[in-house]
Design a binder for this molecule. Sequence first.
Ligand SMILES: Nc1ncnc2c1ncn2[C@@H]1O[C@H](COP(=O)(O)OP(=O)(O)O)[C@@H](O)[C@H]1O
Ligand SMILES: [Mg+2]
Length: 386
Amino acid sequence: MKIVVISPSARSLETIGAYLREEAAGRDIVLAEGGMGKLRAVAEQQRPDVLIVDGMCRDVEELGPLEYVTIHHPRTMVVMLCSNHTPEFLINAMRAGVKEVLPAPATRESLRAAIARIAAKQGAGQARPPGQILAFIACKGGSGATFLATNLGWQLAAAGESVLLIDFNLQFGDAVLFLHDRKPEQNLADVARNVQRLDASLLAASLVRVAPNYGILAAPEDPGQAMEVKPEHVDALLGLAVANYRFVVVDVGRILDAVTLRVLDKADRIFPVLQTTLPFMRDANRLLTVFRSLGYAAEKIGLVVNRYEKSGDLTLADVERTLGIGDIRTVPNSYAAVAAAVNRGTPIAKVARGNPVARAIEDFAQPLVPQPEAAAGWLERLLKRA
Ligand SMILES: Nc1ncnc2c1ncn2[C@@H]1O[C@H](COP(=O)(O)OP(=O)(O)O)[C@@H](O)[C@H]1O
Ligand SMILES: [Mg+2]
């Protein structure tokens, strides 16, 4: 269970935090300093099971953000801590969907009892699992990382999943151009600048929508804007992203700076993309060495050899031996079809369906998407048992 406490007072935040750590040990507890203006963003970035709102019980007019949270995130139970409130306020708070109003300053006992009541009510419901973060990184420029990231996103969306692609190539990001031909109105730097009030609707409004369930957050427009994106923005943005999208595909730059490392840390899988010539292999080796020194598990890394040709100078076995990694994914070379897709800003699945590259991307997506139970399951089960 995740509990978030929001209060304009750092002191009461500290006290409530200390009580919760004692009385609700084992829970994930986050403390956020701020008032009603910050409430919606905190709720949407953190997606808590319990949101404790302290010191905001004066004005009935101010209950708007609270009502928004209870309507749009019914899994989040809101508890208010109030020192003096009018009966009118109490009625309006309940109308706004607040589950409990407790006296402030809070006591250990009242907090423990409220959390226990909510835990008992929530016990039956299962929380929605967070989305998966899939990171693509080029071992060397021109590997095909952006092409594969954008087109895999398309394939996952075509399978009915909600997909967000974030272009973290802060200096020369170009992901949008692979699927779209217009200039984005908003980008990652705008989102970083507004991170204090970032919520699901602001994020959605900042995307270039390439399909109803596939949005792209474009890279900053110039290096000046790029400097506005800081590692702490990554946490807020990815937290919100996984709470709202089933797949979060990230295209990251090759420069391993603080932002890139923060993104890679948060990724569930990292797909380094290379080709089978020596300069790519050398840089792939360096990248894998860095990943090992960062303590990334071997299962987190999924090497992709792009533009693979069986008759090439270096074979897949050479790559496996040199890099010490088995189980490498390959995507064939198909210059004309890929160039046509890229030049038109259209997914390859649309331009050249059935092309070997399009099929390889389908195969890439397929195991990532949970498969529904087979319709004829009972017969299969019967045969298996026999
Ligand atoms: N499988 C492929 N077959 C042929 N050409 C490809 C393939 N994948 C990528 N390309 C070409 O390589 C170019 C560079 O790809 P890009 O995704 O921008 O690389 P990166 O992001 O790694 O720098 C693309 O514009 C595309 O034309
Ligand atoms: Mg790229």
